[in-house]
Write a protein that binds this ligand. Sequence first.
Ligand SMILES: [Fe+2]
Length: 227
Amino acid sequence: MSVAPTAALPASRRTMGHVALHYGQKEEASLAARLLTTTGYVETQSFPLPDGSSFYRFVVDRHHHARGDGIVFLSLLPPAQAAVVDAARAALGFGTADEHPSIAGLRAAIDADPEYTFHLGVLLDSLEELERVVEELQRLNRDDPEMKGRLKITMNRARRGEPAVDARLDASPVFGDVDRYCYGRAGVQAFIETDILVAGPLADSMVLELDYVFPGHDSHILSVVES
Ligand SMILES: [Fe+2]
């Protein structure tokens, strides 16, 4: 494994600016926005478009409200892209008995690892907040008339070996009985796959990720990826 040095890099700064997400159904605009809000994104703007859909601007937290980074734009899957998706689905027999085997292959890969394909991760500085969000999403997936059954929530806990971290997660209402582990140390991940948001070659779902890193670790899930 090689880890790149930083000493020779330019001193100017860059941050991750924005990402554009899509919902798949025009009538699910507000549902998609509610999912992002529940997940912790902050809606700063929304307006209707002539096609009857809605466009939203979110930020990852309130500190980014007037900034140029930390932004998530949310809109309907654009028609020209939806047309390609429809053609691909038809050509591959998506959802039919004659479905192309590559679709089951991709599905199995995402089921095994929600990070397998395009996804969006945010870092929280509070494990309690992450647990609260996950519990609320689990409740919505169980009880909410619009979201029921639309969320697939998966967690990875920190690799075992650090007693304080292990004890905290063993006692967690969310991570206590999780038997999946991160690709690194001293952190946790929660994944929310939903078909309310769409991405990927068939635009059939998307994964949102929430991360937390325990303080005081130079090597953790987001600093070094371990095999
Ligand atoms: Fe990820």
